[in-house]
Design a protein around this ligand. Structure first.
Ligand code: ADP
Ligand code: MG
Length: 323
């Protein structure tokens, strides 16, 4: 592979979960209603993402794997929106550089689709192929040609757990898309994709836990907060059940965690970590984009407004429950 692709790969592709993130985002961008993520051996042996989106036209299949080949608009608004858009047009090139890739794809305009295989970024073959509408991308033997990176991988079980956690997060951030997750042949998640956050939550957390959540609605200056928070009885012992989304994208933020936990403290609900699925709609100009695009950290320009939006939203949800 080209050195530049390997450098890009180092930035974009850290582990199986980062591959899954890019492939799922592409599927969602392509208008998928249903998508399946399948992994073997924690994603190190195989990752397969199948979608029913628009597909890739035959003459664009190879270009999709070139660096900076993107069919997506790069508007100023896009870039200002949030710092997690990924490196535009780099993901497929980066993934292909460090793995063996098979692509099967068909658009509605064609009866016959395309099958394309690459190894270490080099095209091995391209053929017409019968396939369903949409795209399937198979990524095998991640980092097979970069032993130094391979050494940094955790055990397959840990990589698989990271993929599963990510898919759950993605399913929660796209309630209108039906997600399936299959690990080593076993289906572990299926969301209905009916557009309701409550349905996605139910599927991700399971019935018992979902019942322990209460809805949140918060308004602040330039910020709207909606979603669910856990009642103390079902709080879990870790922050893995805290999901924050800003303008539809999963983020990590100490500020948001602090606002959430402060509301529980106010209600004397302390001890365990609360769980939440909170969607923030924030003005694009409120979000700082000078954060590494492949990471999920987010910075707000007016932290107080965002903090208050979450804090008071959660507080009134908890007060409604204790009243
Ligand atoms: P980006 O998503 O930033 O455009 P990528 O490297 O992730 O860059 O993808 C390159 C291009 O390949 C996309 O712009 C899109 O045109 C095409 N593509 C990738 N995945 C899919 C998919 N699942 N369905 C349809 N088109 C896709
Ligand atoms: Mg992409």
């Amino acid at each position: 592979p080209h050195v530049a692709d390997l450098i890009a790969a180092g930035e974009v592709v850290e582990r199986p979960a980062s591959v899954v993130k890019e492939l799922v985002e592409n599927a969602v961008d392509a208008g998928a209603h249903t998508l399946t993520v399948e992994i073997q051996r924690g994603g190190m042996a195989m990752i397969r993402v199948t979608d029913d989106g628009g597909g890739i036209p035959t003459d664009q299949c190879q270009t999709a794997f070139l660096r900076h080949a993107t069919s997506k608009l790069r508007t100023a608004q896009d870039l200002a929106a949030i710092g997690t858009l990924g490196f535009r047009g780099e993901a497929l090139a980066a993934i292909a550089a460090v793995s063996r890739v098979e692509l099967f794809t068909r658009t509605a305009q064609c009866d016959l689709g395309t099958s394309l295989t690459l190894e270490g970024g080099q095209v091995l073959s391209q053929e017409p192929a019968g396939c369903p509408l949409g795209t399937t991308l198979v990524v095998r033997d991640l980092f097979y040609n970069t032993p130094a990176r391979l050494k940094f991988m955790k055990r397959d079980a840990a990589e698989g757990a990271a993929v599963f956690a990510l898919v759950q997060k993605l399913a929660l951030s796209h309630p209108g898309v039906s997600f399936q997750f299959i690990r080593d042949g076993k289906r572990e998640l299926m969301t209905p994709g009916d557009g309701k956050l409550s349905s996605a939550l139910y599927a991700v957390l399971g019935r018992d836990m979902a019942l322990g959540f209460t809805p949140v609605r918060g308004e602040g200056e330039d910020v709207t907060v909606t979603g669910f928070v856990s009642l103390p009885a079902c709080c879990r012992g870790s922050r893995t059940y805290q999901h924050f989304f800003v303008n539809g994208r999963p983020v990590k933020s100490k500020l948001l965690m602090a606002a959430l936990e402060r509301a529980y403290e106010n209600q004397k609900m302390v001890g365990k970590f609360p769980g939440c699925v909170l969607q923030l709609q924030v003005k694009a100009s409120q979000v700082d984009v000078n954060v590494h695009p492949a990471k999920t950290e987010v910075k707000f320009l007016h932290e107080r407004q965002v903090f208050d939006g979450v804090y008071y939203g959660v507080l009134s949800a908890l007060q409604g429950e204790t009243r």
